[in-house]
Design a protein around this ligand. Structure first.
Ligand code: GDP
Ligand code: IMO
Ligand code: MG
Length: 429
């Protein structure tokens, strides 16, 4: 079998959690391949709402196996909280969750480093989620990291203390007041204690050589869906650098983050909002700072699932979408949050950029430093509540036209339109 992939095509928060949960019954295995607790994936069903940060969104289906791949980075404190919350809600987390021994650990001091670096950047700050993502991936590539498989080894504490000391030296050299900094409301000492309690608890989870497990599973005919975190425009290589995350969020990341060859990649599903959002700093050409942007935020409840920060809102950016489709080899699209546009007379779509007087539909390197001014087309809105529609024949004609317009522009079919946060609120096309 081949591994299918589902990932975000914009700046994250496209609704990946919801769609992975919807697709899970079709798969034996759901696997996260990159990112860490900077992700916040929301799943809603039976009037319940869950936000997952590290655990794959397949966890709500008792027949699926969930794997946290080697490319993911794990904060024991955060994953343990996730597990406790799931267990409290009678969701089984046991043999159905496997963790790669090669996944790296986020230490408490990685989070302090993240905060120290951000505060030193001042106005240029990335707007990191402060979960320690950048510093942990830095230690991974600098070959200093500590992995899940190290937890049970006798030199774990020695390695931990060595790395912690290195971190503290850097933090002090920044003059960062780490002793008074709060991590999820806790001082560093208290956080570290809880982190070690959590290490103890998560050491009972099954840690595996996940690359072997995954390849053998595919060999034996098992189906797998790889669940992306963040979005293509936050990719470390291709996103709006330096305002990006520290991992490869694109399809290529599945190969390195799970240990499978490019030949084993099957369908690649790309997910995008019918408009666009981004949280944190950095370029966002189609951002709308007017009342319409406010309205998108209000209607779409656009506040971060991990940090609670208000998301910046704007319009669909077709040049960026085409770029993401190219980078990922997208075979099918899912358009999310169409219902958020229910009450708009017209819907703006960025079709090209005016870049220093020239009309372009690609993203040049210089876009990181200079403004790309979007050129908009306006599409008629549907001005009706579409939340309860599940039959494509009942879609308002303006919505059907909007979907067809996008398909024609990007040359990839839209397979599903999402019209509400609940698992059931989808229109299959
Ligand atoms: P993810 O990070 O890509 O999984 O997305 P998030 O969970 O961070 O953000 C998506 C938000 O939109 C969540 O609050 C979802 O419950 C919600 N959502 C998902 N699909 C839809 C939809 O079609 N309509 C509406 N109104 N909300 C949706
Ligand atoms: P999901 O998986 C939206 C953004 C942060 C910041 C930048 C770097 O829920 O879509 P980091 O903490 O990674 O160093 O932050 O990336 N960011 C996200 N934005 N959704 C996410 O994940 C994000 N993960 C990171 O806001 O701008
Ligand atoms: Mg999110």
């Amino acid at each position: 079998m081949k591994a299918d992939v589902l990932l975000g095509l914009q700046w994250g928060d496209e609704g990946k959690g919801k769609i992975v949960d919807v697709l899970t019954p079709n798969y034996d295995i759901i696997a996260r391949f990159q990112g860490g607790p900077n992700a916040g994936h929301t799943i809603e069903f039976d009037n319940k709402k869950f936000v997952l940060h590290t655990i794959p969104s397949g966890i709500f289906n008792e027949n699926s196996l969930n794997i946290i791949g080697n490319g993911v980075i794990i904060d024991p404190f955060i994953i343990n909280n996730e597990i406790e919350n799931l267990v409290l809600n009678n969701i089984d987390v046991g043999d159905n969750l496997l963790i790669s021994k090669k996944a790296h650990l986020i230490l408490p001091t990685h989070r302090l480093l993240d905060a120290a670096y951000e505060s030193a950047k001042g106005k240029e700050k990335i707007g990191s989620t402060l979960k320690g993502i950048g510093p942990t991936y830095t230690d991974k590539t600098a070959r200093n990291g500590i992995r899940i498989g190290n937890i049970k080894r006798s030199d774990f504490f020695i390695k931990y203390n060595e790395l912690k000391e290195k971190h503290l030296q850097i933090i002090k050299s920044f003059g960062f007041d780490y002793e008074n900094f709060k991590l999820d409301g806790l001082g560093i000492k208290e956080y570290e204690e809880k982190w070690f309690d959590a290490i103890e608890k998560i050491s009972s989870l099954t840690a595996i050589d996940s690359e072997y497990f995954i390849n053998k599973s595919l060999d034996s005919g098992k189906s797998l869906l790889a669940e992306g975190a963040q979005g293509t425009m936050l990719d470390i290589d291709f996103g709006t650098y330096p305002f990006v995350t520290s991992s490869n969020t694109v399809t290529a990341g599945v190969c390195t983050g799970l240990g499978i060859s490019p030949h084993r990649i099957g369908e690649v599903f790309g997910i995008f909002k019918a408009y666009c959002t981004r949280v944190g700093g950095g370029p966002f050409p189609t951002e709308d700072k007017s009342e319409d942007g406010e309205k998108l935020r209000k209607e779409g409840r656009e506040f971060g699932a991990t940090t609670g920060r208000p998301r910046r809102c704007g319009w669909l950016d077709l040049a960026a979408l085409k770029y993401s489709i190219m980078l990922n080899g997208i075979t099918g699209l899912f358009m999310m949050k169409a219902d958020v546009l229910n009450d708009f007379e017209t819907i703006k779509v960025g079709v090209k950029y005016d870049f220093n007087g020239e009309l372009i539909d690609f993203i040049p390197f210089e876009a990181s430093y200079e403004n790309l001014n979007p050129v908009y087309l306006e599409k008629p809105g549907w001005k009706t509540n579409i939340n309860s529609i599940s039959d494509k024949a009942l879609m308002p004609s303006e919505l059907a036209d909007y979907v067809r317009f996008i398909e024609k522009e990007v040359n990839v079919p839209v397979k599903m339109v999402s019209v509400g946060p609940d698992r059931s609120e989808t229109i299959l096309l």
